[in-house]
Design a protein around this ligand. Structure first.
Ligand code: AMP
Length: 596
C-alpha cells in the first residue's frame, strides 16, 4: 500500500470526532490489506512500531526532527523552529514548508512498508553516530514525501500523530472489516486483545483466519495480559449482596500491581498495570520468583509493597517511590526498603492456562504453585458470609497495613476477566484518611525479636496509652520504624529492670509480645492516622464494641520522653479525641480518580 493512502485516511480521521465515522474510515482502510501490511498499518496508526508493551521507541528528539525537516525543505533550521512554535505542530510546519517549495517529491512514491522499515532502522540506531543516522533517515523519507505525507511522517517521528483513534475504535473497525459485526464476534476480538495486549497480532490473525482463528491466541509468557479491574460498592452490605451473600475477602494492599511472567527457563519479567516492563526496579523479586513459583511457564499477579526488613511490617507505599529512577544505589535501597509481592491470582500455571477457572479454583492452584517466602507471599484471604465478618476482616486488614479490602466473587463464572472492570471484584476502602498532626507519647509494654539486621535484639516495641479512669495501660501500636542503630542498641539498657516474664498487671493488649515490660519508658511516636483495631485495646469499645484504636504506620521520632513517667503518657481519652477529629475532617478518598 502507498503511504499516500494512509496519509489520506489520517487526514479524514483527523477531520472527525465521530466514533462511527472513524470506524468506517478505518474498516475501509483495513479490509483489503494482507496480514503483514495490516499489522504495520495498525501499529503505525497508534503511533507505534510494535505492541506498546514492548516499549520500542524511535528516540528522535524534537531538535533532530526539526533538523530533518530543514534538510528536506531547504529552510533554515531556525525558521523551522520559529514556525513550528507559532503553529504548535512540527507536522503542519513540514507540510507547509514542502508545499511552498513548489518542488516535486524526489524518487518513487513511498510505500507503507518502506516507511515502516525506515522507522524500524531509526529505532534500532543506538550509540555513537546514531543521531546522524536518525536525522538522515527521516530527511530521506521526507525528501520523497508529498506535503501531506510529510505532515504525518513528521508527527509520527515526534510522537504526536493526533489522529485520535483509540483502541476501542480500532477493535470496532476490525469487527466491521473482518467479522459479521455482531456483538458476539466483537466480544471475541476484544477478548483476544485483552489476552494478548497486541492489536497487530489480533488483526493479522483475523485477516488470515477470521474470528475462528482468534481461539488460537493463548497466553504467552513475556506478553502481558490486560489486567482485571474492580468495581466498588458503598457499603459492606451491598458488596456482599452483590456477590451472592458469600465472598472471598482479601487485604487490599496499597502498592503497585505486578504481573509476573516466569518462563520455564530464563529471566522473569514483570509488567505494571499499564503493561510497562518494570522488572529492573525490583531485582529482589526477579531473584525470588523462580524459586517461589514451583513450575514455569507461569503468569501470576500480585501487589508489590515495601516491607520493613527488621520488623516485617508493611510500610507506606511512598517508600517504594524512593526507589524510582535510582540505578546506582539500588543495592543499598533494596536492602533498606525491600518489597514483598503479595500474590492474589494466577493465569498460567506450569504451562496450563487457568484464567478461565472460577476464582476459588484459581486460588487453590495459586496455593499449590507458590512456595511463599520473605519476598513472595500469598494475599491474606478469608471467606465471609456476613457484613459483620467482612467488617472485622476490614479492621484486620487496616491494622496489617492494608488500605481496605478486595471482595471477590466465588460464583460459577468468576473466571479472570482480562481488561474488564466489573463486579466480580469489588474494592472497599474506609471512607476517610486524614493525616495525623500530633505526636503521641506511648509507654513501652513489650518487645519483639528483630529480624534481618536486627536479629539478636529487639526490633520493635509494643506501646500503650494510659487510661487514668480504669488505671490501665492499653496497647495502640507496634513500632519498629524510626530507630537508628544507636537508638535500637540503647533501648535494652533503658528498659533494664522493667522486664517481666508474664503480662504485667494493669497492662492490656490483644497482642502477645516476645517479652513484656512493666510500664516505665515513654517514647514519642508519629503515624499516618488512627484506625480502629481488633487487636489493640486503647479506648476499647468507645468507637465500636470489641475494638480499640491503633496508630497506622507508626514511627519513633527519636525522642525518649525521660521527662515523663508512664502515667503522664498520652491518655486513651486524648487518643479518642484525636481519632474523632480525623473523622470529622474526613473527605471521600481520592480513589474515584479517573483511571489512566
Ligand atoms: P482498581 O485498580 O482501582 O480497580 O483496584 C484494584 C487494584 O487494587 C488492583 O489493580 C491491585 O493493584 C490492587 N490490589 C491490592 N490488593 C489486591 C488484592 N488482594 N486483589 C486484587 N487487587 C488488589
Amino acid at each position: 500500500m502507498r503511504f499516500a493512502e494512509l496519509a489520506a485516511a489520517y487526514e479524514r480521521l483527523e477531520a472527525t470526532t465521530k466514533r462511527l465515522e472513524m470506524r468506517g474510515i478505518l474498516a475501509e482502510l483495513f479490509r483489503p490489506l494482507p496480514a503483514p501490511e495490516l499489522g504495520r498499518v495498525l501499529y503505525l496508526s497508534q503511533g507505534l512500531l510494535r505492541p506498546e508493551y514492548e516499549g520500542v521507541e524511535l528516540g528522535v528528539a524534537d531538535s533532530l526532527a526539526r533538523r530533518a525537516v530543514a534538510i528536506a525543505s531547504g529552510a533554515e533550521e531556525s525558521a523551522v523552529a520559529t514556525r513550528a512554535k507559532a503553529v504548535g505542530d512540527l507536522g503542519t510546519t513540514a507540510q507547509e514548508l514542502l508545499a511552498s517549495q513548489s518542488r516535486l517529491p524526489g524518487g518513487s512514491p513511498l510505500e507503507v512498508a518502506e516507511v515502516y522499515a525506515g522507522f524500524e532502522s531509526i529505532a534500532r540506531a543506538k550509540g555513537e553516530g546514531s543521531q546522524e543516522v536518525k536525522v538522515r533517515t527521516v530527511a530521506e523519507l521526507l525528501a520523497r514525501a508529498t506535503p501531506l505525507e510529510a505532515k504525518y511522517l513528521t508527527r509520527f517521528v515526534v510522537g504526536t500523530l493526533r489522529v485520535g483513534v483509540r483502541e476501542m475504535t480500532i477493535l470496532d473497525a476490525l469487527a466491521t472489516a473482518f467479522a459479521d459485526g455482531s456483538k458476539e464476534e466483537r466480544g471475541k476480538i476484544e477478548a483476544a486483545f485483552n489476552l494478548s495486549s497486541d492489536l497487530g497480532l489480533v488483526a493479522t490473525t483475523l485477516a488470515e483466519r477470521g474470528t475462528a482463528g482468534l481461539a488460537g491466541i493463548e497466553l504467552e509468557v513475556g506478553r502481558p495480559v490486560r489486567p482485571m479491574l474492580a468495581e466498588r460498592e458503598p457499603t459492606l452490605e451491598k458488596l456482599l449482596e452483590r456477590l451472592g451473600g458469600r465472598a472471598a475477602v482479601e487485604i487490599k494492599y496499597d502498592g503497585l500491581r505486578v504481573q509476573a511472567h516466569i518462563p520455564r527457563r530464563g529471566p522473569v519479567r514483570l509488567f505494571s498495570r499499564r503493561l510497562e516492563e518494570i522488572g529492573a526496579q525490583f531485582p529482589e523479586l526477579l531473584d525470588a520468583l523462580p524459586a517461589a513459583v514451583r513450575e514455569g511457564p507461569s503468569i501470576v499477579e500480585g501487589e508489590c509493597v515495601p516491607i520493613d526488613p527488621d520488623t516485617d511490617e508493611i510500610q507506606p507505599f511512598q517508600e517504594v517511590s524512593r526507589r524510582r529512577g535510582r540505578k546506582y544505589d539500588l543495592d543499598r535501597i533494596q536492602r533498606e526498603i525491600p518489597v514483598c509481592l503479595f500474590l492474589f491470582d494466577v493465569l498460567l500455571a506450569g504451562g496450563t492456562p487457568v484464567y478461565g477457572l472460577d476464582f476459588p479454583e484459581r486460588r487453590s492452584r495459586l496455593e499449590g504453585l507458590v512456595a511463599p517466602g520473605d519476598r513472595i507471599r500469598l494475599a491474606t484471604q478469608r471467606v465471609v458470609t456476613t457484613p459483620e465478618e467482612a467488617g472485622r476482616f476490614l479492621d484486620e486488614s487496616i491494622a496489617a497495613g492494608g488500605e481496605g479490602l478486595m471482595a471477590k466473587s466465588m460464583k460459577p463464572g468468576s473466571g479472570y476477566r482480562a481488561g474488564a472492570r466489573g463486579f466480580w471484584w469489588i474494592k472497599y476502602k474506609r471512607d476517610y484518611t486524614v493525616g495525623l498532626v500530633d505526636s503521641i507519647d506511648g509507654v513501652v509494654i513489650g518487645g519483639f525479636h528483630g529480624r534481618g539486621r536486627r536479629a539478636g535484639r529487639f526490633g520493635a516495641y509494643l506501646l500503650a496509652v494510659y487510661d487514668p479512669t480504669r488505671d490501665r495501660f492499653e496497647s495502640f501500636s507496634k513500632v519498629g520504624s524510626g530507630f537508628d542503630d544507636a537508638a535500637l542498641a540503647a533501648m535494652p539498657d533503658r528498659l533494664k529492670g522493667f522486664e517481666s516474664d508474664e503480662k504485667p498487671p494493669r497492662v492490656d493488649s490483644g497482642i502477645e509480645p516476645d517479652r513484656w515490660f512493666r510500664p516505665g519508658v515513654v517514647l514519642e511516636v508519629r503515624g499516618a492516622e488512627l484506625t480502629i483495631s481488633p487487636v489493640h485495646r486503647a479506648a476499647e469499645g468507645t468507637v465500636r464494641p470489641g475494638t480499640g484504636l491503633a496508630l497506622r504506620f507508626p514511627r519513633f521520632t527519636g525522642r525518649i520522653r525521660d521527662d515523663k513517667g508512664p502515667t503522664e503518657a498520652t491518655t486513651s481519652a486524648e487518643l479518642l479525641r484525636m481519632y474523632r477529629m480525623q473523622v470529622r475532617q474526613a473527605a471521600p478518598t481520592s480513589d474515584d480518580a479517573p483511571e489512566p
